[in-house]
Design a protein around this ligand. Sequence first.
Ligand code: ATP
Length: 320
Amino acid sequence: MSAVKGRFAARTVKVKAPGKVNVSLNVGPLRTDGYHSVASVYLAVSLYEEVSATSRPGGDITVSISPDSTLDLDGVDIPLDSSNLAYRAAAIMADVSEHSTGVHLEITKRVPVAGGMGGGSADAAATLLACDALWNSGLSREELAHLAAELGADVPFSLLGGAAVGLGVGDQLSPALAKAQMDWVLVCADYGLSTPEVFKTLDRLRDAEGLDVPEPIEVDPKILQALRGGDSEGLSRLLVNDLQRASIDLAPQLKDTIGLGEAAGALAGIVSGSGPTVALLARDGDAAEVLADKLRHQGHQALAVHGPVPGARIISDTLL
Ligand code: ATP
């Protein structure tokens, strides 16, 4: 970290970064390194985390959660220490930045915590971009993506946004064309599922079946075609998530939520990533609003969103 000479001029950079749904998620067998290869189509949706990074003298990194967060965070476990993904992102940026300072990160949480939508990953992506600007690091998008991959498999996608195919552990991304907007309703749960636990459960279920699972090497091209053409009906027949059975094994009520959504007018429903958020595909924006309303009347926490949306971007940069 560099010493800051003279009067310290504090600056705040605010960045927003989207959560994601996996339109498709194929998962390979457990690898010897403890990871799973995946082939996934990611879609960034209009539910955003916000990180406000304020420079401070010294070298400390501190984290707080904004009271503007729209989530009910009572009883939700979000670490504020060095295990917070945003903290880790700032620490990585400080390591590579010549002019780093201390920084306070205030996170506005909107993406369900441990919900399978990559909320923590969005915080990390937003923090990378905010600290890059704050410290004039001048890293390219590629360099930032490289740091993002060190923080977690879903972090590079939140940086990139849009729609993308993810291979490897989900970090090898190729942008996919998706011109038309797809409309979804997210049904959020009042509990979380641990991603490692869901993967372990999938391994256990597969072991019990004794079937050989192939390494996923590509996504179904029909999914990309449906996305490209904005064909929500076609896409609804192609949604796939290998983790869904494991999430349902851990939280059987998820099956009812999907059934309920489909009965209420969704084209199709799927568990998002490792869950427990359920993503319901709607015919269009109006249908999504009607569906979300119906589900809210039934006591569910339902939000109409759309995607693709852009990845992490700066929304303000203020000298204090
Ligand atoms: P993914 O789909 O990428 O696996 P997720 O959306 O299911 O992630 P997150 O909300 O990212 O899950 O958080 C998972 C866990 O990580 C939380 O239970 C929490 O303990 C920890 N965590 C670390 N940093 C954060 C953060 N910035 N926001 C939320 N949780 C965080």
